[in-house]
Design a protein around this ligand. Structure first.
Ligand code: BGC
Length: 806
């Protein structure tokens, strides 16, 4: 009997079930009999939000998953993972709910930014590096959402129909890779796969716990356990959050009635205790390990943002810009002054501060360089919560807002001073069970006059007042039953009111507190529109260089919904075209988590993708634009030219079914199959070097089931030291089984000085030449001739050679 078996044997059924039924929103129950504390969880993957959803609980903010994957740099990602582990420890978190390993099946996927790539190999390798990094710090990583949760429309119920071979070779493959890397937890998804809800799916046992030998914990997605016996008998080990009405008492009863064998519960508890042991939850007083807050951490986050940024185009070598030759630079676009550092949804964290592109560029330029800014256009329709800089607390006069929690007689139970008009929860340790009303107020001084849009976000009985004028007074009911709706996209009301510049107005938002509708409340104000586009173009006209920062916001890229289209929101395309027409030295920075259409891309000399770059994005951008660092990224997903060309676009299930009919041909494989040309291929990215592909050497013969190594010779013919990501693809034109036109089989990076010629090894795993045999239910190798293709993207492969597998 192992030590864990002894612990399991010492517990009665109720104790066992309590451990695996969740204890709170983000924690499990303690078991004093075992000296075991609760296991505390937190969302990621860009940071460790902590148990609370509150702007006062701040966290380091990393670049989005798309950016991490774009680095194609496992060492860097592992380093970031270790930083997250330190963050988790600082916040008392044992289990980080990340990484997200679903694939970029359609570019419209709402959580695209939160997933790494369209490619199973790249996702698996970057995911494994993330897991190794996090777990090196004694914190569990959670591979989620197992499996085929690749889009958000009807995510709680959709049935993904995926053929068995595709499931193994494409969608399960990244999970298999992180299990092999030793991940301690896996999160089951909300959706169904081939008819079975993932909360009860046989895939939880086979291949996960069987063939792959996963010995960790399967945790449900939040609220995904929606019945007792099915998930109780299946591979889910822990239902979150708790208390869960279907487990707990009902699960005890089901076991007592003989509907579920107690041995099944024992296995869940064993896995739970193993995880608790791994993350130190048995240790009542873990040694505090504060996160390093020194400049090295900011430096790492800045380096990461640069390493993931992808230079798509650089005509005439416009980039890097030479600051010594700039007298005046225009920094335009809606995402220039407002840092759009992350996507929305459960992945959101609250950074202490973010560096906007404008702030980063200003800090990097000598004071005598004139920097002109206008947003030019507006994006977003949801109200923008007030910020401390624009208002003051009506009671104390400090910059910020006053929040009050009131009882049934309007008696004040608790007050708080806040720096943001977005108030999701009261501060920690405050017992407000008797609160019936929450109120947010501020004295607002509009910086410009005109028709302001004043807004209130919240549910229940809502009131919005400006001085004595009642602007909104109505009962607002929720429009969705998605678990993240309250946090991510709750209903709002907005009213226009003319306000003079500099005049003061006291704004007040108020709502009833209701168990079903929470108590989140936001007070918002959006400035009047104006003829800004033309004014921005005027600023561009006489500048020595123009940087236009366009992109999306959390309103477009978030959880619980997919994007309706791939266009840049608002009039951003018009802004870029108009600016490019008056100034040839225009750089467009695209600040989005996933692909957007760039219809003007041939009109501008330089296009750089920053993704959602995390808290240090603005400083990283300055380093790249002024050549102090190189944009290191390569596309982790294919960027289309038009929506009509995208092989898999639609994410709407038909009668509840989402048919993965493209099979193995996900991402660039789909483009290759269709013979279509995207705007930019998977793997594309320029950096500041220039590479010649000179030679490829392969072993004469490879035996089935054996890895091999290709030797590739490249030369940096550019004028700067640079890093290149050398990609290796395989093809098998006369295959007896259906295959993609070609598929990524390996990659390796190399750094070389100008003129330097380097030979590098590109390892290829045995799996790359295997396919899943449905007949045998196992991996198989087809002997014979394969073609090896090597180059810098799925569409640019200058080297090729034959490989015989025998
Ligand atoms: C998301 C998960 C997340 C969980 C907890 C769910 O709605 O799908 O990714 O970890 O909420 O916030």
């Amino acid at each position: 009997m192992t030590a864990i078996d002894r612990l399991v044997a010492s517990l009665d059924l109720k104790q066992k079930v309590r451990l695996i039924s969740g204890g709170g929103t983000f924690r499990t129950s303690a078991e004093p009999d075992l000296g075991l504390g609760p296991v505390v969880t937190s969302d990621g993957p860009v940071g460790v939000r902590g148990e609370r959803w509150d702007e006062t609980d701040t966290a380091l903010l990393l670049p989005s998953a798309t950016s991490l994957a774009a680095s194609w740099d496992e060492r860097l990602v592992a380093e970031l993972g270790a930083l997250l582990a330190a963050e988790a420890t600082r916040k008392g978190v044992h289990l980080l709910l990340a990484p997200t390993l679903n694939l970029h099946r359609s570019p419209l996927g709402g959580r695209h930014f939160e997933c790494f790539s369209e490619d199973p190999l790249l996702t698996g390798r970057i995911g494994a590096a993330y897991v190794r990094g996090v777990q090196s710090g004694g914190v569990a990583a959670t591979a989620k959402h197992y499996v085929a949760n690749d889009s958000e429309t009807e995510r709680l119920t959709l049935d993904a129909r995926v053929d068995e071979r595709t499931l193994h070779e494409v969608y399960l493959a990244p999970f298999e890779a992180v299990v092999e890397a030793g991940v301690w937890a896996v999160m089951s998804a909300y959706n169904r796969v081939n008819g079975a809800s993932m909360s009860e799916s046989p895939l939880l046992t086979e291949p996960l716990k069987g063939a792959w030998g996963f010995d960790g914990l399967v945790v449900s997605d939040w609220g995904a356990v929606r019945s007792t016996e099915g998930p109780g008998a299946a591979g889910i080990d822990l239902a979150m959050p708790g208390p869960n009405e279907h487990w707990g008492e009902r699960l005890v009863t089901a076991v007592e009635a003989g509907l579920i064998p107690e041995s099944v519960i024992d296995d869940k508890v064993r896995r739970y205790l193993r995880l608790a042991h791994r993350v130190g939850a048995f240790d009542p007083s873990p040694a505090p390990r504060p996160t390093p807050t020194d400049p090295a951490v900011r430096g790492l986050l800045r380096r990461a943002a640069g390493a993931g940024s992808v230079l798509l185009r650089n005509q005439g070598g416009l980039l890097p810009l030479d600051p010594a030759r700039l007298r005046r630079i225009a920094v335009l676009g809606p995402n220039a002054a407002t840092a759009r550092a992350q996507g929305g949804g459960s992945a959101e964290v609250f950074p202490v501060a973010t560096v906007s592109p404008l702030a980063g560029l200003r800090a990097a330029l000598p004071p005598d360089v004139e920097l002109l800014h206008l947003p030019g256009v507006r994006t977003g329709t949801r109200p923008t919560p007030l910020e401390a800089a624009d208002c003051r607390n009506p009671r104390t006069g400090e910059p910020g807002l006053l929040v009050r929690y009131l009882d049934a007689e309007d008696g004040e139970l608790h007050t708080e001073h806040r720096l943001s008009g977005r108030v999701l929860e009261p501060s920690v340790g405050t017992d407000l069970t008797t609160a019936e009303t929450v109120e947010v107020s501020a004295v607002f001084r509009p910086p410009v006059g005109g028709h302001w849009r004043l807004g209130v976000i919240g549910l229940g009985q809502i009131l919005l007042r400006a001085d004595d004028r009642v602007l909104v007074d109505e009962y607002v009911v929720p429009e969705s039953d998605d678990p993240t709706y309250l946090h991510v996209s709750p209903s709002y009301r907005q009213v226009e009111l003319e306000l003079p510049a500099g005049g003061e107005v006291t704004l007040l938002a108020r709502r009833t507190v209701e168990a079903a509708h929470g108590r989140a409340l936001s007070l918002a104000a959006d400035p009047p529109g104006g003829p800004e586009l033309a004014a921005a173009v005027e600023l561009a006209r006489d500048a020595d260089a123009v940087v236009v920062v366009v992109g999306t916001t959390t309103e477009y890229e978030s959880e619980g919904f997919d994007r309706p289209d791939l266009r840049l929101p608002g009039e951003q395309d018009a802004l870029v075209s108009a600016v490019a027409a008056v100034n040839p030295a225009t750089v467009v920075v695209v600040n989005s988590g996933g692909p957007v259409l760039l219809p003007w891309r041939e009109q501008v000399p330089a296009v750089l993708l920053s993704w959602f770059p995390g808290q240090e994005g603005g400083d990283a951008l300055a380093e790249l634009l002024f050549g102090r660092a190189e944009p290191g990224g390569r596309l982790p997903t294919t960027w289309p030219g038009t929506e009509a060309d995208v092989p898999v676009l639609d994410t709407r299930p038909v009668d509840g079914v989402l048919d993965y009919r493209e099979g193995l041909d996900v991402g660039h494989r789909g483009w290759l199959r269709a013979g279509a040309e995207p705007a930019y291929w998977f793997g594309h990215g320029l950096g500041y070097g220039n590479w010649e592909y000179l030679g490829l050497e392969l072993p004469q013969q490879v035996r089935p089931g054996e890895p091999f190594t290709a030797r590739v010779t490249v030369r940096n013919t550019g004028a700067r030291t640079s890093r290149e990501v050398v990609q290796l693809y395989l093809a098998r034109p006369d295959s007896a089984v259906g295959r993609p036109v070609r598929w990524l089989a390996g990659f390796a990076a190399v750094t070389a000085a100008p003129g330097e010629r380097v030979e590098l090894a590109v390892p290829v795993a045995a799996r790359a030449v295997q396919h899943w045999s449905v007949a045998d239910g196992s991996w198989a190798t087809e002997p014979g001739a394969y073609t090896v293709l090597v180059g810098s993207s799925a569409g640019e492969l200058p080297l090729s050679s034959a490989l015989t597998v025998h």
